[in-house]
Design a protein around this ligand. Structure first.
Ligand SMILES: [Mg+2]
Length: 247
């Protein structure tokens, strides 16, 4: 079977319900890792599906970017930020593996497993493009029962820029053929385009559909259920010359 192209999925807000137990445990484990290293931490909090640390809006942030911002918030000097961010990321990876989350398939947004299976059925290589650290992303996939479908990709262990995460995802999947990123934030859209990919945006995170369109999303769907998302991904994987007006 000839593959129509590869697809990279964001996790939080795209496959995983905002504020789901598995995501809350991720954030509380990160807060504990921050406290391990700098002796203080605040609780992450959700407002309308959006995640904050203190007054920092974390939409589209990678884990490394979140830790970096949190350490700055706690007054860590600029010259020590890089080293201490790495220490927190190591502590996060060590702690998350032992976490027994309450989560499960119920932490997933509706329709995502069916979409992944359908795309695999079409021969599309699948991967992640997530700000989560690799250890966290794989733990979430195990907890939610998607580990058989999503394994490699681009992660947020060191990258603070979403563009770098998508580029790493492309490289992890071999980078051959057209590709689509499925994500829920404006940063997913701009990062997809920076790597020459198209973006299907889904309005199940905190960003409304009109804002995702304004950010340049190539298509927007309300959620990943039904056939609309599958149809949109397959359409976006079709060479642009034959899909005029797809936007
Ligand atoms: Mg997201």
């Amino acid at each position: 079977m000839t593959s129509p192209g590869f697809v990279l999925f964001d996790l939080d807000g795209t496959l995983i319900r905002p504020g789901a137990p598995v995501q809350r445990l991720h954030m509380s484990t990160m807060a504990a890792a921050i406290a391990d290293v700098c002796g203080a931490a605040e609780e992450f909090r959700y407002e309308g599906g959006q995640l904050f640390y203190a007054d920092i809006d974390l939409a589209g942030f990678t884990d490394a970017g979140t830790v970096h911002a949190a350490l700055r918030h706690h007054g860590v000097p600029a010259g020590r930020l890089r080293q201490l961010t790495r220490q927190v990321m190591d502590a996060l990876a060590a702690r998350i593996g032992g976490s027994a989350a309450d989560g499960g398939a119920g932490d997933l947004l509706s329709g995502c497993r069916a979409l992944l299976e359908a795309l695999r059925g079409h021969g599309c290589p699948l991967g992640m493009s997530t700000g989560n650290a690799r250890s966290v992303a794989r733990w979430k996939m195990r907890r939610t029962g998607l580990a058989d479908l999503l394994r490699d990709g681009g992660f947020g262990d060191a990258a603070r820029d979403r563009d770098d995460v998508v580029a790493a995802g492309v490289a992890a999947l071999g980078g051959a053929g057209p590709g689509v990123v499925v994500g829920d934030t404006a940063k997913d859209v701009t990062a997809a385009h920076a790597s020459g990919l198209r973006c299907l945006a889904v309005a199940t995170g905190a960003t409304p559909a009109d804002e995702l369109r304004a950010a340049g999303a190539d298509a927007v769907v309300a959620d990943l259920g039904g056939s609309a998302a599958l149809d949109a991904v397959l359409r976006l994987l079709t060479p642009v010359a034959s899909t005029e007006g797809v936007r």
